[in-house]
Design a binder for this molecule. Structure first.
Ligand SMILES: *Cc1c(COP(=O)(O)O)cnc(C)c1O
Length: 381
């Protein structure tokens, strides 16, 4: 939370425009984060994962700082282009693409594509000839608070065949990618994946194909309730792992931070709509209903995986455990119940609460109008 954000919210309230939850993103923090990544990983190019927060102001700032962009659809490619990024700074990093979208991307100038199987390689060979492709491998996501499933990537043993297939079809078999799981709190988790990547490099070199790039993915955390290691520690651990597995032939590297670039740049102001109990028993837990929930911005509370810090005007007063829920008429719209959340007993209906670390994966996960609740209002300052 920054003074600029608090001043913005105070001004919004003075003008009587505070009638729904809103996210405020501070570009100064995004800039600091970009510089932090560039310093921690000086020889690595940054491809910002657009899906984390595609606000035009965020993309323009990053484009002006020299960032590249990892995109998952033609619309995201167009958003990056509109922000001023040239097409040679954009990758189409989704492993699941329609052939006509690959063709659109190619027409827009994109020449760097992710694959994880031969069928995807064939699409790219047909409509984006000569492009660079990197093969995504599965890796161990333990240590991640928002782990990625087996949905993307293939086992490392298969990647060699996929890349060889690309080479045979006239594509530039360019490298290997992986994602160690989002909100990865253990900097050492890159080690195992880099070992697999180095094995693939060696195996293909023996077949006369020289890979050049390792895409280290995202996963860099932002601080929620618990402290996380600093970006410098990730840079050091990754450099150690690169040296260990590639020796003095360290490949070109890129990272794709999403959460770590924008998470701590955003703050949501929300309102307490109702506080109630389900029975008159004194021991009964309180339910605190906010005007924001799973459907208008806080989807990452699914399975209570991301626990946001919540500030209230009554902070410092004695607390009791609460269930926190959203405003919609869907019983799934409960944020924290299995692990109740401590909130001040004196918290009142109508109070404003501040939800920290909400710059990533909030606006993009907000429904367009479920139950008539509008999409999350955003201000970038
Ligand atoms: C979502 C995504 C990212 C960003 O992940 P974070 O954990 O937010 O840093 C990076 N790369 C790919 C391919 C992604 O899909």
């Amino acid at each position: 939370m920054t003074d600029r954000i608090l001043e913005f919210l105070a001004e919004r309230r003075r003008n009587g425009r505070d009638n729904g939850p809103c996210l405020v993103v501070d570009l100064d923090v995004v800039r600091e984060n970009y510089i932090g990544f560039a310093k921690a990983l000086p020889d690595t190019r940054v491809f910002y994962a657009v899906k984390a927060n595609p606000a035009p102001e965020v993309l323009s700032l990053l484009a002006s700082l020299g960032s590249c962009f990892d995109t998952a659809s033609v619309v995201e490619i167009e958003q990056a282009l509109a922000a001023g990024a040239p097409s040679d700074r954009i990758s189409f990093g989704n492993t699941i693409k329609k052939e006509r979208d690959v063709a659109r991307a190619y027409a827009l100038g994109v020449r760097l594509f992710a694959v994880d199987c031969e069928a995807e390689v064939e699409k790219i060979a047909r409509v984006a000839p000569g492009s660079k492709v990197f093969c995504r491998i599965l890796c161990d996501g333990s240590g991640a608070e928002w782990p990625l499933s087996r949905k993307f990537g293939c086992v490392p043993e298969m990647a060699t065949g996929v890349l060889e297939h690309a080479h045979r079809l006239g594509l530039n078999a360019y490298g290997v990618s992986f994602h160690v799981g989002s909100q990865q709190t253990n900097p050492r988790m890159w080690d195992g994946a880099l070992q697999s990547a180095a094995d693939i490099f060696r195996e293909l070199a023996e077949r006369g194909i020289n890979l050049q790039m390792v895409n280290l993915g995202g996963g860099f955390p932002t601080k929620y309730l618990k402290n996380v290691p600093a970006v410098k520690q990730y840079g050091a651990a990754i450099f150690r792992a690169l040296s260990k597995h590639f020796g003095n032939r360290i490949p070109e590297t890129i990272i794709e931070p999403g959460r770590g670039m924008v998470g701590n740049a955003g703050l949501i102001e929300a309102e307490v709509v109702l506080i109630s109990k389900k029975s008159a028993e004194d021991s009964e837990i309180r339910w605190v209903y906010l005007d924001i929930g799973k459907f208008n911005g806080l989807a990452e509370t699914t399975d209570e995986m991301i626990r946001y810090p919540i500030r209230t005007p009554a902070d410092g007063a004695p607390t009791s455990p609460c269930v926190i829920a959203g405003p919609s008429c869907d019983s799934v719209d409960v944020l924290y119940e299995k692990q109740p959340y401590q909130l001040p007993i004196s918290l009142e209906i109508g109070a404003k609460v501040l939800i920290e670390g909400t710059g990533a994966y909030t606006t993009t996960y907000s429904a367009v109008g479920f139950n008539g609740f509008p999409p999350l209002e955003t201000h970038v300052i």
